[in-house]
Design a protein around this ligand. Sequence first.
Ligand SMILES: [Zn+2]
Ligand SMILES: [Zn+2]
Length: 271
Amino acid sequence: MKPFDREMTAENKPFGKLAVILRMLEALIFPKKCLKCGIYMEENGAGPHTLESCFCGHCMKEGVYPIVPPFCISCGIRFHNSFNDSHVCGSCLKTPLKLGQVRAAAEYKGIIRDGIQLLKYHSKPGIAKIFERMMFQTFLQYYENLPIDLIMPLPLHRSRMRKRGFNQAYYLSRNFKKLYHQSFQRRPVWDMDISSLVRIKKTLPQTGFDIEERKRNLKNAFKVVQNDRIRGKHILLVDDVFTTGATCNEAAKELLKHGAGRVDALVLART
Ligand SMILES: [Zn+2]
Ligand SMILES: [Zn+2]
């Protein structure tokens, strides 16, 4: 059993059984609604940090599609029709990313895509806690053994932040230190950094743009404001969705320009 799984099982905790009983009582008194279709859900025994605690059985049938090998070892895209081992994809060979490697928890489809849209556009930040745990599992799988110095949620422009009220990338990683401590009973060697990089350009939504338009839209969107903190550091960017990677790549470009040693990315979903 992975260290993290231990932490996720309510029954293993002191008063675990009591917590389960309380949850059942809570479900009787305040029945939960499915975040997607809105029907009342019966108590299904799902733990508090699972997708099944947010979505009904019918909506869960849309599925979760974890990114499993083979995938591109650079941009993290999953190869569906390849029987070879993971390797660098054609697109990364042609135009290498500024990022060292990108790893995603799941493909951007099914219930994950619905959940991300509910989080970002329908003010359902509660689901972020569940997504954050999926991100943390992916972090442990691919980054725990790399010498990461800083974990950096991708910043939003202040106008977008005002409109949405929160930064989803921050919500997907804000408890990483706590989760790490719960898993290993020690402090991580890396630190969170939410202040060294800022987004200075109000960009248009990327939907509908092709690769070149996305790059142009993002050009000079980020600015490093604390050079000393990032110099020589191995930085892990965190974001919700990675499509062409224009956003993460532009942030990586700015960080490397100011002396970062290496920049990788961890995302919840990869298209
Ligand atoms: Zn539903
Ligand atoms: Zn690739």
